[in-house]
Design a protein around this ligand. Structure first.
Ligand SMILES: [Fe+2]
Ligand SMILES: [Fe+2]
Length: 233
């Protein structure tokens, strides 16, 4: 059902930078005034009210009935498109770009026989690395948090700080900042994930699995009943 190769990836101009990218965005279809987005199902209906204030109980019943299958079909696909949209991007110096890094982390986790959830977590752990660099761990934690264990959620939120432990050659960093969590139930797992699947998954000579291998795993993780992880106040 999900085919990342068919997703609307912006063709990479492999330009030095992304002035060209913005021009490519101009070429993406623009919805003329008065036209509607396609409905996801042949027997689905649009809600005609102009704002939520005007939705009737019947409108909400219709919307919520259509929402459930829509999300079931789209959620994993959209998460994968977020990742695959950058598959042809340049790198700022690593041998491989962020997409390949994510794929490599997941491949290593898969070949080590880790559980399906952790393979998916590895695949998406840096999905926000370029768009949301400072808080990219929180980005992934927010994306996956309702569907994964507290152990992996905790790990995602803090993995970038644990990563600094491996940047010994980078002067001026607090390489032991992770020590503030020493003794926490998820400290050792987070340290192990970063050491085995993150700090080293930047190798051009490593043969990554194909993204298609991970699609059913991602679909199954997002099909889990969401658990409560709290909402912002
Ligand atoms: Fe990261
Ligand atoms: Fe990473």
């Amino acid at each position: 059902m999900v085919d990342p190769s068919a997703s609307p990836v912006i063709p990479s101009a492999r330009s030095k930078i992304d002035r060209h990218r913005m021009n490519e965005l101009d070429a993406i279809s623009h919805r003329p005034k008065g036209t509607r987005s396609a409905l996801g199902g042949t027997d689905w209906q649009y809600i005609e009210a102009p704002g939520l204030d005007d939705f009737s109980a019947q409108d909400w019943e219709t919307l919520n009935r259509q929402r459930t299958p829509y999300f079931a079909g789209q959620q994993a696909a959209q998460a994968l498109r977020m990742l695959t949209a950058s598959r042809d991007d340049a790198t700022f110096g690593y041998q491989i770009n962020n997409y390949e890094h994510c794929l490599q982390a997941a491949t290593m986790a898969l070949r080590d026989g880790l559980d399906e959830e952790t393979v998916v977590v590895a695949l998406l752990h840096d999905v926000g690395f370029v768009a949301c660099p400072t808080l990219h761990g929180e980005f992934a934690a927010a994306l996956l948090g309702a569907y994964i264990s507290e152990r992996n959620h905790w790990m995602l939120r803090r993995h970038a700080i644990f990563q600094v432990h491996h940047c010994r050659g980078w002067p001026g960093l607090d390489h032991d900042e992770r020590e503030r969590w020493r003794g926490h139930a998820h400290f050792e797992w987070t340290a192990r994930f970063v050491e085995r699947y993150d700090q080293n998954s930047i190798q051009a000579d490593y043969e990554n699995a194909k993204i298609e291998e991970f699609v059913p795993l991602v679909q199954r993780i997002f099909a889990r009943p969401p658990r409560g992880v709290g909402h912002p106040e």
